[in-house]
Design a protein around this ligand. Structure first.
Ligand code: ALA
Length: 473
C-alpha cells in the first residue's frame, strides 16, 4: 500500500452521515465564530509590542501586509473548503490531493498549531487577568502565575480558563456557539468603546514626531517608520498571529446548515472585517499615545488610562478577556473536529470519534485536546508558544494554497461554489509571502518544529499505516 495513496474525493465529499454531529450553524453563526476565532491577542496585546519594538507608528502597515497575505490564503482556503465541506479541513483536503503521508503530516503539524495557539492565547488571557487583579490590589502568588521555565510552578489562570472552555465545548456545539456569540458581542463592544473614547484624543503628530530609544541612544525622529521598512515587515510577521483562526471555520463543515455557501461568506467576510478593524484600532492607538510607551501586556487599557479614562480602560480590559476566551474556544473546537475525522479514518484510535449520546459532541477528543491545551498553557512560556503557533499555521496555509492548485488540475469537473480569481497568482503570492514569514520564524523556533515533524513521521510508520480502516474503492 503506497504511502501516497489518495482517498477518493467522493468518499470525503459524502459526509451526509456525520456520525451524530448536529447541523445547527448558520452563515451568521459562522461569521461570528470567525470573529471569535480571530480577534484576540492580536489586537489586545500584540498591537503594543509591535508598535514599540518593530514598526513604530507604521504598525498599521504591518497589519495591512499581514492582512493581505491572509486574504490570499483565505481565497484559496475558501475555494477548497466550500468544494470539500468536511470537518477534517486541511487534513482531508490533503488526503484527496497529495496522498496519505502528506495528509498525516499536515494534520500532525496543524494539531501543533491549533493546540499551541490556543495555549498562547490562554497564557495571554492569564497576563491580562493578573494585571486587572493587580490594579484592584489583588496579587496572585508568583508560583501560581508562571510555569516552571519562568521560575514559578504553574500558570493557574491559564489552566482555569482552558478547563472552563473544555467543559463548555463538551456540553454542546449549539451551547458553545451561543456562548461564543455573547462573548463576541462583548468584545466588539469593547473595541467600539475604545474607538469612541480614543478618537477625541487622537493627535496626528504622534504618528510623526517622537523620541526613539534605538540602539540605546535617545533621538528625536520625525519619521513614520522609525525602525525602517525592515521593521514594518518584521512587525507583519509578528501580527500575523492576530489573523490566525479563520481556518478554524473550515472544521465546522459537518455542523453547518449550508456549508458550501456559508463557509465562503464567513471565511472571506471575517478576514476582511478583522483587517479593517485591526488597522483602525492600531492607527488610533499610536495616535493617542507615543508608540514607544506601548510595550506592555495591556496596551489598549494603558492608552485609555493615559488619556484619563480609567473606566474605559477597565471596560476594554474586561472586553479583552472575553475576546481571548472566544479564541481559545474556537481553536480548541477546530482541533477536536480534525481529531474526530482522523479517528473516523483510523489514523488515530477509534475512541476519538466517539460522540456523546446526550450532548452530540466528540467528548473524548475534546477532553484530550482541552487537557493538552491546559498542560501547555500551564507550563510553557508564552514567547516560545506564539512563534511555534505562527510557524504551524503558516505551514498549513502554504499547503492549502498548493492543494487548491492540485485540485484544479486533478478534479477540474467538480463544482466549486466559490472560485478563487487568478488562482496561480493568488496561490503564488500566498505561498511567497507565507514562506518569507516561515523563514523568519524558522531561525527562532525551527528546532521545535523539526522535532515535532520527526515524531510525527515516526508515528506514521509505527502506528498509523497499520491501523487505517477506510477501504479504497
Ligand atoms: N488570532 C488569534 C489571536 O489574535 C489567535 O488571539
Amino acid at each position: 500500500m503506497s504511502i501516497f495513496r489518495l482517498k477518493p474525493i467522493e468518499q470525503v465529499m459524502d459526509n451526509k452521515d456525520n456520525g451524530g454531529l448536529c447541523r445547527t450553524l448558520t452563515a451568521f453563526d459562522l461569521f461570528l465564530m470567525g470573529i471569535g476565532a480571530i480577534v484576540g491577542t492580536g489586537i489586545f496585546v500584540i498591537t503594543g509590542v509591535t508598535a514599540a519594538e518593530m514598526s513604530g507608528p507604521a504598525v498599521t502597515l504591518s497589519y495591512l501586509i499581514a492582512g493581505i497575505a491572509c486574504i490570499f490564503v483565505a481565497l484559496a482556503y475558501t475555494e477548497v473548503a466550500s468544494m470539500i465541506p468536511t470537518s477534517g479541513s486541511v487534513y482531508a483536503y490533503a488526503y484527496v490531493s497529495l496522498g496519505e503521508i502528506v495528509a498525516w503530516i499536515i494534520a500532525w503539524m496543524t494539531s501543533l498549531y491549533l493546540v499551541v495557539s490556543a495555549s498562547t492565547v490562554a497564557s495571554g488571557w492569564s497576563g491580562y487577568m493578573i494585571s486587572i487583579l493587580k490594579s484592584a490590589n489583588i496579587e496572585m502568588p508568583h508560583m501560581l502565575t508562571r510555569g516552571p521555565f519562568e521560575g514559578g510552578l504553574v500558570n493557574l489562570p491559564a489552566m482555569g480558563i482552558t478547563a472552563l472552555v473544555t467543559l463548555v465545548l463538551i456540553r454542546g456545539t449549539k451551547e458553545s456557539n451561543n456562548l461564543n456569540t455573547i462573548l463576541v458581542f462583548i468584545k466588539m463592544l469593547a473595541i467600539f468603546l475604545f474607538i469612541v473614547i480614543a478618537i477625541p484624543s487622537f493627535d496626528m503628530s504622534n504618528w510623526f514626531h517622537h523620541y526613539v530609544d534605538y540602539n540605546k541612544s535617545l533621538f528625536a525622529s520625525s519619521n513614520f517608520t522609525p525602525f525602517g521598512l525592515e521593521g514594518v515587515f518584521a512587525g507583519a510577521g509578528l501580527v500575523f498571529f492576530g489573523y490566525n483562526g479563520f481556518d478554524a471555520l473550515a472544521s465546522t463543515a459537518e455542523e453547518c446548515k449550508n456549508p458550501e455557501k456559508d463557509l465562503t461568506k464567513a471565511i472571506l467576510g471575517s478576514v476582511i472585517a478583522c483587517m479593517v478593524l485591526y488597522m483602525l484600532v492600531a492607527g488610533i492607538l499610536v495616535g493617542i499615545v507615543p508608540f514607544n510607551e506601548l510595550n506592555n501586556a495591556s496596551p489598549l487599557s494603558y492608552a485609555l488610562s493615559k488619556i484619563g479614562s480609567n473606566l474605559g480602560s477597565a471596560i476594554v480590559g474586561s472586553g479583552a478577556l472575553t475576546g481571548m476566551t472566544t479564541v481559545i474556544l474556537v481553536q480548541t473546537y477546530a482541533q477536536t473536529r480534525i481529531f474526530y475525522v482522523m479517528s473516523r479514518d483510523g489514523l488515530i484510535p477509534k475512541i476519538f470519534s466517539k460522540v456523546h449520546p446526550k450532548f452530540h459532541t466528540p467528548h473524548i477528543s475534546t477532553l484530550t485536546i482541552g487537557g493538552c491545551v491546559m498542560l501547555i498553557s500551564g507550563l510553557v512560556p508564552l514567547t516560545i508558544m506564539g512563534s511555534v503557533a505562527s510557524l504551524g499555521s503558516l505551514f498549513s496555509f502554504v499547503m492549502v494554497s498548493i492543494i487548491m492548485l492540485v485540485l484544479r488540475k486533478k478534479f477540474p469537473q467538480i463544482q466549486r461554489p466559490f472560485k478563487c480569481p487568478t488562482p496561480y497568482l493568488v496561490a503564488g503570492l500566498a505561498i511567497t509571502l507565507c514562506s518569507y514569514l516561515i523563514y523568519t520564524l524558522l531561525l527562532k523556533v525551527g528546532v521545535y518544529f523539526i522535532v515535532w515533524l520527526f515524531i510525527g513521521i515516526s508515528i506514521y510508520f509505527l502506528y498509523v499505516r497499520k491501523n487505517i480502516i477506510w477501504q479504497s474503492v
